[in-house]
Design a protein around this ligand. Sequence first.
Ligand SMILES: Nc1ncnc2c1ncn2[C@@H]1O[C@H](COP(=O)(O)OP(=O)(O)O)[C@@H](O)[C@H]1O
Ligand SMILES: [Mg+2]
Length: 353
Amino acid sequence: MATRDEVFEALTRVMDPELGKDIVKLGMVKGVTVDGDAVRVDVELTTPACPLKHVIRRDVEAAVRALPGVGAVHVELGSRVASRQKEKGERLPSVKNIIAVGAGKGGVGKSTVAVNLAVALAQSGATVGLLDADVYGPSVPILLGLGGPGVEPIRVGDKDMMAPIEAHGLKVMSMGMLLGQGDAVVWRGPMLHKAVSQFLEEVNWGDLDYLVVDLPPGTGDVQISLANLVPISAAIVVTTPQDVAFADVRRALKMFEITKVPVLGLVENMASFTCPGCGAVHHPFGDGRVKALAQASGVAYLGEIPLDPRVSTNGDLGLPIVVADPEGIPAGAIRRLAEAVAGGLSVLNLRPA
Ligand SMILES: Nc1ncnc2c1ncn2[C@@H]1O[C@H](COP(=O)(O)OP(=O)(O)O)[C@@H](O)[C@H]1O
Ligand SMILES: [Mg+2]
């Protein structure tokens, strides 16, 4: 029979490949039970969307099974999302990570990516909010099938607040839910700042592992206000693979640098198309161009989401593709993106300040 100490010792040889340390040192081993020749190990991941959970499970099993006297090994994977928001500021302490989804220009699929990323994180088991901060062109209500204004005023303690709307497992708030259809926002900087701060402080977000923020395209007042109001954990920048988009991407990256928001990387959208007839994959604008841009800009390439008409037809119906066709290729690509984002945040959260 193996002892608990022997099991712990064996587990010090299991590395978290992303965090670069062993899982005992990382405090991820929450329990070891030895019952005859059966061993149970409880491991706590830093996110339910951990891209390496299969690797960690496999390595834990192998390490424990290699001990003499061990028969059955049961690995129980749980998760607790890490955060460093508390040390950074007072606002929104109940939100563990704020993920800004930006783009150099409009129409590249920023909102589609933000919505599907948020739903994919929620599907993995995380508690997720989605803030549509694209005050000029709020499209989250359409993409999630939320009809008309439906925001309820509520009282939280001694404060008047707004309750976010629940949709597809998300807590959602959007300017589009406050404006009537067809109303336009023609506000200037100070009013936008006020609106963003209300979205953060007067919405009853509650405890969230991730708050995904759909930013307006470009580099304007809302982005600056948001970065000044709350510590944004990280940003991703969505782009299509055309040259006309690239100059704007560089500007967006510069803006995040100036506002001290770490950029997790670029997401390439609508770069490839699979012919429904013959299955051949086409890259109408060329292959590998966003990868090259990412490399030249010193940020990671987080992956690509193919052009697929079902993404937009379902989006128009209020169905994110990860809900409408969870087994399809675009949904798989979004899940991998969600894992890359969640994994990247875990790494950032572990780094010394
Ligand atoms: N991968 C994709 N495949 C097909 N259509 C897409 C894809 N991504 C986005 N779209 C469509 O492109 C249009 C613009 O997307 P949207 O998310 O609104 O862009 P943005 O927020 O950047 O302005 C929408 O009609 C959307 O459905
Ligand atoms: Mg949009």
